[in-house]
Write a protein that binds this ligand. Structure first.
Ligand code: AMP
Length: 366
């Protein structure tokens, strides 16, 4: 639906004057907001109506994600925010929702703001598996110095995640694509135990769990197709300073493929026989790197699900899509940039990536 016809429709519609509240797992939301958002989204995105894009016509099949849904307090050299929406699953879901259906598993407390939920609903993320329980939402506080590649964790409060036992809604159990975002590896296993026959399972983790839950993490690694991990954490997990050797050591722990994220220096994929590298998009202004890894994973998994293809070629494209989504995410704090993103912007930046590394081959002789 184009803008004009939507305006006409609104003019003639009682819905224009009519908002009604709905009760979603105890949250109050305003349906009209969603309706307006959905119409604008359908004209911009790859999925749903596929109205203006004409790309990615392959069927999409959906991604299930478990991870943190958080209230973050973040300080960077360019500003600071407190108790804003964050969490690995939030960034992942929002990024992936541009390409595929997303089912979210997680938990929030009574203090979780309804506006944050409205973002998930606006992106049509299925939140049937997002529980709301008594207590406080997971909180993370972090800081970045001028080296924006490495977050310094100031505080991690698991809060409602300490007692959380995920129970997958029946509709989630057939999910073909599963992403175990950064969270307690024991929870990652519990989710994995409840999905029937996933086609592709990927996971992420961080130093907090490598230090605190190594055994459970190793059990996860034996059951996944792909691990995405930061460079310093790959070294830590493998106990090996050389990245290529560390990749070999991690692949021997179980995953068939591995993506090592190197912040502003891009991402490397290893699968035991080949390597692939994608740069990060050189941006003039990076405000907040929080969530870059999760929006990378959201773009990556969302794209794979969209094309429903896990060949190496598709994965290479997916890495560039992941890098594209991460490059937008770091342009503002929290999920503000992803919230305002449109599909044409994604497409143009994906193409700009291609231009960045495209060069002619050498002739046979000089
Ligand atoms: P990243 O994509 O690596 O920048 O992830 C940033 C997000 O990870 C933040 O929004 C945090 O809320 C979340 N986070 C930080 N520490 C943890 C943890 N130990 N477990 C799960 N999520 C975390």
């Amino acid at each position: 639906m184009g803008e004009e016809s939507f305006a006409e429709w609104l003019d003639g519609s009682e819905a224009y004057f009519y908002t009604w509240e709905t009760d979603v797992q105890g949250f109050r939301g305003v349906e009209l907001y969603r309706l307006l958002w959905q119409v604008s989204r359908d004209s911009q995105n790859t999925r749903g109506g596929q109205l203006d894009t004409g790309v990615y016509e392959g069927g999409y099949v959906g991604v299930l994600v478990v991870g943190s849904v958080a209230l973050d307090s973040v300080k960077t050299p360019f500003g600071a925010v407190e108790n804003v929406l964050g969490g690995s699953a939030s960034y992942f879901s929002t990024a992936a929702s541009f390409f595929t259906d997303v089912s979210l598993v997680g938990v929030v407390g009574e203090d979780f703001p309804s506006e944050a939920l409205a973002l998930f609903r606006a992106r049509e993320i299925n939140t049937d598996g997002l529980e709301r329980v008594q207590g406080r939402t997971f909180r993370w506080a972090g800081e970045y110095t001028y080296d924006l590649n490495e977050a310094i964790t100031l505080d991690t409060q698991l809060n409602v995640f300490e007692q959380f036992r995920p129970k997958l809604p029946a509709a989630y159990q057939d999910s073909p694509y599963v992403f175990l975002a950064n969270i307690d590896p024991e929870l990652q296993i519990e989710v994995l135990n409840q999905v029937k026959r996933p086609k592709f399972v990927a996971c992420d983790t961080m130093n907090f769990w490598i230090q605190g839950k190594l055994e459970a993490l190793r059990a996860v690694l034996q059951r996944v197709d792909l691990l995405t991990i930061n460079e310093s954490e790959a070294r830590q997990l493998a106990q090996e300073p050389n990245v290529v050797k560390a990749a070999g050591a991690i692949l021997r722990m179980g995953p068939k493929a591995l993506i090592i994220k190197r912040g502003e220096y891009g991402a490397l994929m290893f699968n035991g026989s080949t390597m692939f590298f994608a740069p990060a998009y050189p941006l003039e202004m990076v405000y907040d790197p929080t969530g870059a890894g999760d929006s990378f994973a959201g773009g990556f998994m969302g794209y794979l699900a969209n094309v429903d293809d896990v060949s190496e070629e598709a994965m290479r494209q997916a890495i560039v899509m992941g890098s594209t989504m991460a490059s937008f995410n770091v342009e503002s704090f929290s999920l503000e940039r992803l919230r305002a993103l449109s599909y044409p912007e994604i497409r143009d930046r994906f193409r700009a990536f291609k231009g960045l590394v495209n060069f002619a081959d050498l002739p046979e002789t000089p």
